[in-house]
Design a protein around this ligand. Structure first.
Ligand SMILES: NC(=O)c1ccc[n+]([C@@H]2O[C@H](COP(=O)([O-])OP(=O)(O)OC[C@H]3O[C@@H](n4cnc5c(N)ncnc54)[C@H](OP(=O)(O)O)[C@@H]3O)[C@@H](O)[C@H]2O)c1
Length: 271
């Protein structure tokens, strides 16, 4: 793994070596104490006012823009990509994910990992991030460990008119159902605020593309961690963001680039 940008700071940045998880955690740390701009005492990041959520996405794409191969992202991934994936989870308060990704990728509860334990304790975080599943129909298998045996209760984000029997099934399984929209659907713009109200401000979304499209359309995405895999797959797979086009292209600024085995691990912040 080599740091390509910002310009290598030390000889060890350009040396191709395995970064330990503490180094990765440092490289991907969330901004300290994000605060609501304009709030009393809030001077932007680190200003000391009320905490505001920071929503980061982590996605992998092929060179030709595919977000999956045969319905799974794993064929696009690599060992280093999974290390970064694990690190981003290790830093997050909550992982927000669309129900189709949960179904297709067979989501399990997040693990508590020794490598992040001290860091999490110092920041007052629980042992592992909560998984927050976004769903309108709640057509989810509530007998799975994701709902029945997580370290921290799994959240199900849905609309006010979600099917009552499915809401009941989610609650009986041990999930916390959170309403974040009128009608059946979640209003993506409300998600960061609804989670911040629960003290969950370091947010990570793992997609999928249709959910991410709504965060982009709502202007809710603060950061994109994009892994570019050195493969082409052709076909008709979605890009990492899918949905109606935004009126004006959203501009991001490059924060960092790490390379390993031809994979580029980029990080962009909203300007
Ligand atoms: N390349 C990557 O990094 C990456 C990351 C994640 C996923 N993927 C791939 O992407 C594919 C799945 O992604 P996807 O875009 O099809 O689906 P998705 O975004 O994961 O999930 C879509 C589902 O989420 C729920 N949902 C989305 N927006 C909602 C809203 N506003 N209100 C309520 N529910 C909402 C709905 O669930 P209900 O149907 O339950 O109502 C909807 O069917 C998989 O093949 C996966 O492998 C790739």
């Amino acid at each position: 793994m080599r740091r390509l940008f910002p310009h290598p700071l030390t000889p060890s940045d350009i040396e191709d070596r395995t970064w330990d998880l503490a180094e990765l955690a440092e490289a991907y740390a969330y901004p300290e104490a994000p605060v609501t701009p304009g709030a009393p005492g809030g001077q932007g990041v680190g200003g000391g006012g009320p905490r505001k959520a920071w929503l980061r996405a982590n996605m992998v794409s092929s060179l030709d823009g595919a977000a999956h191969h045969d319905g799974r992202s794993q064929p696009l991934s690599s060992k280093a990509d999974m290390r970064i994936f694990g690190t981003l989870r290790g830093l997050a308060d909550a992982v927000v994910v669309g129900a189709e990704t949960v179904r297709k990728e067979g989501y399990r509860p997040a693990r508590a990992r020794e490598a992040f334990a001290a860091r999490r304790a110092a920041l007052g975080q629980g042992p592992a991030p909560a998984i927050a599943v976004v769903s309108a129909g709640l057509d989810l298998d509530f007998s799975l460990p994701l709902f029945t045996a997580p370290l921290v209760p799994t959240l199900v984000l849905t609309g006010a008119d979600a099917p009552a029997d499915r809401v009941r099934a989610a609650r009986e399984a041990g999930a916390e159902v959170v309403v974040a929209g009128e009608g059946r659907r979640v209003d993506a713009a409300r998600v960061p605020g609804v989670l911040a109200e629960r003290g969950l401000t370091r947010l990570l979304t793992e997609g999928g593309p249709r959910l991410l499209g709504q965060f982009v359309a709502a202007g809710a995405l603060d950061e994109l961690c994009l892994s570019l895999a050195p493969v082409t797959v052709s076909g008709t797979a979605d890009r990492i963001v899918s949905g109606p086009p935004v009126a004006v292209p959203e501009r991001f600024t490059l924060a960092s680039v790490i390379e390993e085995s031809g994979f580029l691990f980029t990080r962009y912040h909203q300007i």
